[in-house]
Design a binder for this molecule. Structure first.
Ligand code: NAD
Length: 481
């Protein structure tokens, strides 16, 4: 780990010490042991970072768009060149398996490269005017300074998902990583700083917890807040941003349903749902959180699915098992509490359960892949996000019932449907009130759009709309009579 955690403030292209008494320990989720401590920024550090970003913004915006894109392409290259070292840090602080960490960082390079390609593609419109000899141009201008707030579950890919589209559109940025996982971000920024001639002040990073996130939202120099995290935090940010109408984009939690129809290819459904529920120990916003399976195939699905969940190998993430630990004691406790509550409400544990006998290491935050059966639609496990490897199965009698149950949720991020019928797939996809639906598969793409409906957020990321949201429209009326 190359990062000097004593100087975790990256402002104006330089590393700064923080004069703060508040140190945040970063723990290894496999052992609960402290890797290091990172001082938390203060409100005056946030002021410094945002004012530097404000000063750097006009020149950054004035640069030819291709030059902004070229710098982002250089960043994509250096991310790719440093996958192994950043992955090591990411595994140590977050607990994801080595191959998932490498995948996340490789995907981050892809995100930056994809967004860099918007450099010369952000277009306006030209319209006829309403007067004689008049035309109107609609220009897409950056907001100015973007404040980014990052969760711990994908610290690197969410970090680049914020700054790459913001920067290519001509904004500058101040980003706050999660207090649980700041090290991989700081390491990546150090690599970028060493290798890419990004103008000082264009990308800045401050460390700290929720209070520093709130200070960023409240800061007068922030024009646009882009945050990924849970629903309650998103609501707090929106309330806070309302004070001076700062724009917000919020990518929040999910409770993804998977609908397994009577004609589904069961093997495909099992494969994707197990993968989705156990990757990153189930700590993924798109992860399948509830399964609606048709009564005709419930037994067959349940027995294959339970066997596959039981076979998931848990272990030291550096050795690349199927699944590592949860990120923190808090997250593990929440997962255990959700299982206990489901059992209290009448669910059966088909495999797994709240306790992990013979954990791979002592002191770590080990959850067990768990399948709950006999689950009813009104149980809490069907409605509250469980950021852990727990899969409740609900039996349904019809496609209509499965869609109605799936839509009975405060969330609206990802959803899945498994069927061999084209007509059912299309009708279900159309009727699901979710921002994204995966038919017979899982996993999104940069050119798509990842967006939460309902309380899963507002804004959306990736693709055309993921970059255009960092622009605001300006109308210019040309009169030449
Ligand atoms: P969290 O909401 O606890 O924290 C997210 C970030 O917000 C952290 O950096 C935290 O310090 C900061 N924060 C906390 N309180 C704040 C406040 N009052 N003002 C400003 N910032 C504040 O979320 P988490 O536990 O880090 O992440 C897990 C959640 O993120 C899950 O709900 C998951 O579904 C969601 N998530 C969503 C997506 C998506 O694309 N929709 C992707 C990843 C994770």
């Amino acid at each position: 780990m190359g990062v000097n955690s004593n100087t975790p403030l990256y402002i104006d292209g330089e590393w700064h010490e923080i004069e703060s008494n508040s140190e945040i320990p970063v723990l290894n989720p496999c052992s609960g042991e402290r890797i290091t401590s990172v001082p938390s920024a203060t409100e005056s550090d946030v002021d410094r970072a945002t004012s530097v970003a404000r000063s750097a913004q006009p020149e950054w915006e004035q640069r030819p768009a291709k030059e902004r894109g070229d710098l982002l392409r250089e960043i994509a290259d250096v991310i790719e060149d440093n996958v192994d070292s950043v992955a090591e840090t990411l595994v140590a602080e977050q607990g994801k398996t080595l191959s998932v960490a490498k995948y996340e960082i490789t995907a981050a390079a892809d995100i930056v490269r994809y967004m860099s390609e918007w450099d010369r593609r952000i277009e306006g419109d030209i319209l006829p005017g309403s007067k004689q000899r008049q035309s109107i141009t609609l220009l897409r201008k950056p907001y100015g300074v973007v404040g980014g707030i990052i969760p711990w579950n994908f610290p690197i890919s969410v970090f680049v998902r914020k700054f790459a589209p913001a920067l290519v559109a001509g904004n500058t940025a101040v980003i706050k990583p999660s207090e649980l996982t700041p090290l991989s971000t700081l390491e990546l920024v150090e690599i970028i700083d060493d290798n890419v001639d990004l103008p000082p002040g264009v990308l800045n990073v401050v460390t700290g917890g929720g209070a520093i996130g709130a200070a960023l939202v409240e800061n007068d120099d922030i024009d646009y807040v882009t945050m990924t995290g849970n629903v309650d935090t998103g609501k707090a940010i929106m309330r806070n941003a309302a004070t001076d109408l700062t724009r917000v984009s919020l990518e929040l939690g999910g409770k993804a349903p998977a609908i397994v129809c009577a004609d589904a290819d069961i093997e495909t459904a099992v494969d994707h749902i197990v993968g989705s529920r156990t990757i990153n120990a189930g700590q993924v916003c798109t992860s399948v959180e509830r399964i609606y399976v048709h009564s005709d195939v419930r037994e067959e699905f349940q027995s294959q699915f339970t066997a596959a969940m039981e076979a998931v190998e848990i272990g030291d993430p550096t050795t690349d098992p199927d699944m590592g630990p949860q990120v923190s004691a808090d997250e593990l406790e929440k997962t255990q509490a959700a299982i206990n509550r489901a059992v209290e409400q009448g669910a059966d544990v088909a495999v797994g359960g709240p306790t992990t006998e013979n954990p791979p290491t002592s002191g770590g935050y080990w959850a067990k892949p768990t399948v709950l059966t006999g689950v009813d639609q009104d149980m809490d496990i069907v409605h509250k996000e469980v950021f852990g490897p727990v899969a409740p199965i609900v039996e349904v009698d019809s496609v209509d019932q499965s869609v109605a149950f799936a839509n009975d949720s405060q969330y609206g991020l990802s959803s899945y449907v498994f069927t061999e019928s084209y007509r059912d797939a299309m009708q279900i996809a159309e009727d699901l009130e979710f921002g994204e639906t995966f038919i017979n598969g899982s996993g999104g793409a940069q050119q798509g759009h990842h967006i939460g409906w309902n309380e899963s957020g507002l804004g959306g990321e990736d693709g055309k709309y993921g970059v255009l949201k960092y622009t605001q429209i300006k109308s210019v009326y040309h009169n030449f009579d």
